[in-house]
Write a protein that binds this ligand. Structure first.
Ligand code: G3P
Ligand code: CA
Length: 285
């Protein structure tokens, strides 16, 4: 007969055996199912980043969110582009802030990709345009899931207000909208303008990643999650964040083994240029 005092230990042992002998597999599958798959700049491993084609591929490859970086033109239009300059991803040169939308629309945002990634090149990528945020909303609709980053907000005063104006104009479903930034100031402006919008604080680490209780408490004042670069993360960091109640979506994870490791460590989603790979990992492939 087992004494009462041993019962908790016994039940813990039974649970542990259950986890390793099948229960764990079921739990792991559940965990994989809920991982948020963010198509980083669209399915940008397969098609030119921040084009409507790349966003469409992301959807077809089971991305849950379209990730968009925003820059603002000289005449005040929000466009989808990662860099402040058009040089890397178009055939033009110069800063977005110094160009009108009409000038941006003249640029070819696809041919660079064909040259850089011949294994993924397609003739139809030639001549693709840089989309405006409005065009993205028009194309993908109000009930899509958007994960929008305010880039370089210090050089585009008012970009948060303009973003919210378009979110409201196109009646974007705010339950499926996430706004992210490396700039806490930009996120706090968003929070002031509309506290119902879910925000994610991006973080960049150049070596071993740590986060203090104070930093977590500070982020929780305005955001529901953090997005750190994945490179220096470890299980302890991830568990600390998750246990605090924050979401954690590392960027940019393209390797399947790393995806599996981060999921095992407890992340709640991740950004990837290959949403098809993350989908496979979630399916256990
Ligand atoms: O937004 C997450 C991730 O995209 C941040 O890095 O430079 O690719 O915008 P970046
Ligand atoms: Ca981004």
């Amino acid at each position: 007969m087992i004494g009462k005092k041993w019962l908790p230990a016994l039940s813990a042992l039974v649970m542990a055996v259950g986890v390793t002998a099948g229960g764990g597999a079921a739990m792991a599958k559940e965990k994989h199912k809920d991982i948020v798959n963010v198509s980083h700049r669209g399915a940008s491993g397969h098609a030119p980043e921040h084009t409507l084609v790349a966003y469409d591929r992301g959807e077809k490859m089971h991305g849950d969110y379209i990730e968009l970086d925003l820059q603002m033109t000289k005449d005040g239009h929000l466009i989808a582009m990662h860099d402040e300059k058009v040089d890397r991803t178009t055939d033009g040169t110069g800063y977005v802030k110094d160009m009108t939308l009409a000038e941006i629309k003249e640029l070819d945002a696809g041919s660079w990709f064909n040259e850089a990634y011949p294994e993924y090149a397609k003739p139809e990528y030639q001549g693709l345009q840089v989309p405006t945020l409005e065009e993205v909303f028009q194309e993908f609709g109000k009930n899509n899931s958007y994960y929008i980053e305010t880039k370089s907000p210090a050089i585009y005063p008012g970009m948060e207000k303009e973003l919210l104006r378009l979110v409201d104009k196109y009646r974007i479903n705010k339950d499926k909208l996430l706004i992210q930034s490396f700039s806490p100031e930009s996120l706090k402006i968003m929070h002031e303008l509309d506290s119902s919008i879910n925000l994610v604080q991006l973080l960049s680490y150049r070596s071993y990643a740590t986060i203090t209780d104070e930093q977590i408490a500070d982020v929780k004042e305005y955001a529901m999650g953090i997005g750190p670069n994945h490179t220096y993360l470890n299980e302890e960091y991830i568990q600390k964040v998750v246990n605090s109640g924050l979401e954690i979506h590392p960027y940019t994870v393209n390797d399947k083994e790393r995806m599996k490791q981060l999921i095992d460590w407890g992340v709640t989603g991740m950004f990837t240029n290959f949403p098809d790979r993350l989908h496979e990992v979630k399916k256990g492939k």
